[in-house]
Write a new protein. Structure first.
Length: 164
């Protein structure tokens, strides 16, 4: 099997992810979930995501679809299409699964897969993170991770605009 095949096998539907997460949990593994648009992946994303993955045994990323990103970030986004964003994230060795969601929030996806840990950036209070109620009701925990200063997709886009 080629490396690209291995990468693409990590991109799952919600029901496939729910089945896989359930199996992992039955095997005694802790599953971490985080989500985002990840339009232009940069060092800040890599450091944040790797720290999130360190919190458990398996790591699942919920990825906003193109339509979802456009509703949240505006009609000029995303810059990178959803399949390309998913392949890039799935190529990371610490990522076990990438799952698209089309809603503005991953609430329904979190309800479907029931991760042990829900992780977002430290700009959120744990109680205000979408899915907090689901994860904590199932005995899981919600964690926050500090962002790496100086790295953001918006800043990167601005830098490119200024340069060209």
């Amino acid at each position: 099997m080629s490396y690209l095949d291995r990468i693409e096998r990590k991109i799952l539907t919600g029901s496939q992810a729910a089945e896989m997460v359930s199996k992992w949990q039955q095997d005694g593994l802790n599953v971490v979930f985080s989500n985002g648009c990840f339009d232009l992946v940069h060092r800040g994303h890599i450091e944040y995501l790797s720290k999130a993955a360190d919190l458990g045994d398996k790591f699942v990323i919920g990825l906003n679809t193109d339509q979802s990103v456009a509703r949240i970030k505006g009609s000029k986004r995303p810059l990178v299409d959803e399949k390309s964003r998913a392949i890039l994230l799935a190529a990371l060795t610490f990522v076990d699964a990438v799952v698209f969601f089309d809603e503005d929030t991953p609430y329904e996806l979190i309800k479907l897969i029931k991760p042990n840990y829900l992780v977002k950036g430290a700009d959120y209070k744990p109680e205000s993170i979408v899915g907090y109620d689901i994860v904590t009701a199932n005995g899981g925990a919600v964690k926050t991770i500090d962002f790496v200063e100086g790295f953001s997709s918006t800043a990167l886009i601005q830098k490119i605009k200024e340069a060209y």
